[in-house]
Write a protein that binds this ligand. Structure first.
Ligand SMILES: Cc1cc2nc3c(=O)[nH]c(=O)nc-3n(C[C@H](O)[C@H](O)[C@H](O)COP(=O)(O)OP(=O)(O)OC[C@H]3O[C@@H](n4cnc5c(N)ncnc54)[C@H](O)[C@@H]3O)c2cc1C
Length: 436
């Protein structure tokens, strides 16, 4: 039998990722009553505590913080969550043409290639940061920039495949790219919206953004949170919006859909004001990633003068040293996309990669935790490697889809797009909009 629950709430938030949790927290602060509906049996969205095979808990999702992520830094400080710096010292390994070489910076052993890489990256960042913060998509020439790819832009400037490939990976990895071929506009926007030009692997939270989720959860005890409630549709019924999740019906004057466009397009909105067709959701693309944490008894790589960091043109783009003083650890970031590989194959590929480039001791971690986001139907993917034409198919940052029906989610934020920063900002924006 169908049930209508929690009638009388001021707002419904659909999605309990960081953007939904921040929306709920800010609405409560504005004195509103809130019901949160979450599809999964847990909160946190694209953050998750993963258990290693040795029993330890690590972050399987968001963990790194960029210098320009001011809203995230503020919230982390408020929550008393410490940031660690990736240990410095030792040489990095860069993999090109199947072979690894030691470096202290991109192409440090080859000054001509180093200059070429630096010139390409400098020019790109100069263009990206010549626009106001978060303004790139609103430019007069946005359509033109969205009509071409970053790889075409790079191809017109550098003829060294290796230099170009590295630039493309460094620039688009955070967007979830599996091959670097994204819209030039999307790449410029991703860089600009980060607020500062670092790659974002230097500073991290030891326990990941799951610890921020714990903090946010502790602050929204006044909200009702319904788990295992995948929302299927929103309809307007008189003055109210009615949200349906299976046999559950929840009604309120306002609804915030706090999720990515690929997940939003699964929710039927055809009974809201004659139907809502928001083109960016129709065309949006997200790709899933694999993240792994490898724990070791000792930082054996430093004995060989290595930093533990590996980057490269192979399948696995980055291995980052995320050790803290009492926990030697390497983190693997792998934009694998949708794939048909089993867990054991993924594990073997990771261990072969680290042992080939850091030595045989790397093949025997004391614990390994692998999070394969392609197996999670409510991630919708991780980053958004958008092809040409998507960002300009409609306002990608539209906050209001219909009266009382709002969007949040990192993909809706002009700043911190694709990162926790954007999730936080979008939640604050949605709550402010409703509190007016
Ligand atoms: C492997 C990985 C590494 C990352 N690393 C970093 C990093 O180092 N730093 C960084 O800043 N960012 C990182 N990110 C990105 C960051 O995790 C996201 O930008 C952020 O968590 C997004 O939050 P959100 O609330 O916008 O969306 P989500 O976290 O995706 O939350 C959306 C929520 O909506 C729920 N939902 C979806 N559909 C429905 C429905 N129909 N009904 C009810 N609920 C629904 C989902 O279950 C989910 O809980 C990473 C992401 C991944 C996956």
């Amino acid at each position: 039998m169908e049930r209508t629950e929690h009638a009388g709430a001021d707002a419904i938030v659909v999605g309990a990722g960081i953007s939904g949790l921040v929306t709920a927290r800010e609405l409560l602060r504005h004195g509103k009553s809130v019901v949160v509906l979450e599809a999964r049996g847990r909160i946190g969205g694209r953050t998750i505590r993963a258990r290693s095979d040795a029993g330890g808990l690590v972050e399987g999702g968001a963990q790194f913080v960029k210098g320009g992520h001011t809203a995230a830094l503020r919230l982390l400080e408020e929550a008393g969550i410490e940031l660690f710096a990736s240990p410095s010292g030792g040489e990095d390994v860069y993999v090109e043409g199947g072979a690894g070489r030691r470096e202290i910076g991109p192409f440090s052993g080859d000054p001509a290639r180093a200059r070429s890489y630096e010139a390409l990256r400098r020019e790109f960042l100069d263009v990206a940061f010549s626009y106001g913060a978060g303004e790139v998509v609103r430019l007069a020439d946005a359509n033109e920039l969205d009509g071409t790819t970053l790889s075409a832009w790079a191809g017109a400037r550098a003829d060294d495949d290796g230099v170009r490939g590295r630039f493309l990976t460094d620039t688009t990895f955070g967007m979830g790219s599996t091959g670097g071929d994204v819209s030039l506009l999307a790449a410029l926007h991703y860089a600009n919206s980060a607020g500062s030009p670092d790659l974002g692997h230097d500073r991290f939270i030891r326990e990941g953004f799951s610890s921020l989720v714990d903090h946010l959860r502790s602050q929204i005890s006044g909200a009702t949170i319904l788990l295992d409630a995948p929302v299927e549709s929103v309809a307007r019924v008189g003055e109210l919006l009615s949200v349906r999740a299976g046999r559950r019906h929840v009604t309120a004057p306002a609804v915030v859909l706090a999720m990515s466009p690929t997940l939003l397009r699964r929710i039927r909105l055809d009974e809201v004001d004659g139907g809502i067709d928001w083109p960016p959701a129709r065309y949006w693309r997200q790709e899933p990633s694999v993240k792994a944490a490898l724990d070791y008894d000792r930082p054996f790589w430093s004995e060989a003068g290595l930093s533990g960091n590996i980057a490269g043109a192979g399948e696995i783009a980055y291995v980052i040293n995320t050790s803290t003083p009492d926990r030697p650890q390497l983190t693997v970031l792998w934009n694998l996309g949708a794939h048909g590989r089993g867990r054991e194959e993924i594990r073997r590929t990771i261990l072969d990669h680290v042992s080939e480039h850091l030595g045989p001791a790397a093949a025997e971690p004391s614990g390994i935790a692998i999070t394969d986001w392609s197996l999670d139907p409510y991630a919708g993917g991780c980053g958004s490697p958008l092809p040409p034409g998507v960002l300009t198919s409609g306002d990608p940052f539209a906050a209001t889809l219909a009266p009382g029906l709002l969007r949040a989610g990192t993909e809706s934020s002009p700043m911190g797009w694709g990162s926790v920063e954007g999730a936080i900002r979008s939640g604050i924006r949605a709550a402010e909009e409703l509190a007016r």
